[in-house]
Design a protein around this ligand. Structure first.
Ligand code: CA
Length: 340
């Protein structure tokens, strides 16, 4: 009897250690979309929470590495990072320097694979760069499509330019069909995030006219649509658009959000954030917060000079939104049991 008790005790300790040592990707495995929910390998609903990097060519580029991904996993307890590869803005963005841009993105992807986080490969563009996006996602899907870690985000925020302001859903839809077909010829199943009109806010328009097939005519699957919000600028009116989309069964992934204004600056609005966070939690909507950056703006989480290997000092290395984000993730993200 005593031996049995000891045996059971060891078994419990052993199993709890397995649970703690497994990464989130080992626990959830290959994700899929069913109705309006993201599901894990054993059919449980999934809500992922994590951080978005800043435009890769600007402040904070030196933090695009595996050590930082591991530090964010271990200290901030996050489950996902978003690699926001800048396309079509000043600096050494993808169009000007595709080779180095891709190399930088791959450091984060490989870091996420190594340390067991999910990673969004974000084509961080405002304009329609369909031809370039095809080339990029062909490379990403052919190289990384077998890893359950990967999520593709094909057009961050459709805004357009003076010649083509605010691309309509019809244009975004045609773009998405072609990029999805390109990805699916290499990766049949990982989740693809589709941008929505007007800074990825109009999920209500998409909800009435969602993608059914890709450019080859194949039925699309494992597609989610993005809603971006900034809690000091966006309130109930935008949430109602999200609410409408959910009522139509549209799967939503908030790939970008913050407590500050839509300029990514200004004063945080904690009351509005709490309403948004409650809404996302109630609806099991995954999200990434903007941003992991040293830029002098309130949404940026790091102080210049914070080590590029992690091991950040809370008081010295984190800006106010960084302190808040880390505390909030640590309080909020619950441990997950392995798939049975
Ligand atoms: Ca795959």
């Amino acid at each position: 009897m005593k031996n049995l008790k000891i045996y059971l005790l060891f078994t419990v300790v052993f199993l709890s250690q397995i649970t703690q040592s497994q990464t989130i990707v080992e626990k959830y495995g290959q994700l899929r979309v069913e109705g309006s929910k993201i599901k894990d390998e054993c059919g449980r609903n999934v809500q992922l929470k994590g951080m978005s990097y800043f435009w890769h060519q600007w402040e904070g580029f030196e933090y695009w590495n595996a050590d930082i991904v591991k530090w964010l996993r271990d200290d901030w307890k996050i489950q996902i990072v978003r690699a926001s590869m800048g396309v079509g803005a000043p600096g050494c963005e993808y169009l000007a320097d595709p080779e180095n841009s891709v190399e930088q993105v791959k450091k984060v992807i490989k870091g996420a694979i190594k340390h067991g986080l999910y990673v969004i490969i974000d084509f961080h563009a405002h304009k329609n760069y369909k031809a370039e996006a095809k080339i990029f996602f062909k490379e990403m899907a052919s190289e990384f499509g077998n890893y359950p870690n990967i999520i593709y985000e094909i057009w961050n925020e459709p805004i357009g330019d003076d010649n083509n302001p605010n691309p309509k859903w019809e244009e975004i839809k045609e773009y998405s069909k072609e990029i999805i077909a390109e990805i699916r010829s290499f990766d049949p199943n990982n989740i693809i995030v589709v941008g929505t009109p007007f800074y990825s806010q109009r999920v209500d328009i998409v909800a009435d006219d969602r993608l059914l097939t890709d450019a080859t005519g194949s039925a699309v699957k494992n597609i989610v649509y993005t809603l971006h919000f900034y809690a000091a600028s966006h309130f109930e009116t935008l949430r109602e658009k999200g609410e409408y989309a959910i009522s139509k069964g549209l799967p939503i992934f908030v790939t970008e959000c913050a407590r500050v204004e839509s300029s990514a600056n200004g004063t945080p609005n904690p009351v509005s954030w709490d309403a948004w966070e409650r809404w996302m939690d109630d609806n099991e909507i995954s999200y990434c917060q903007w941003s992991l950056s040293t830029k002098h703006e309130t949404s940026a989480t790091l102080q210049p000079g914070a080590s590029i290997k992690g091991n950040w000092d809370y008081d010295k290395d984190l800006r106010s939104e960084g302190k808040w984000a880390r505390d909030n993730f640590r309080k909020d993200i619950k441990s997950v049991s392995p798939c049975n």
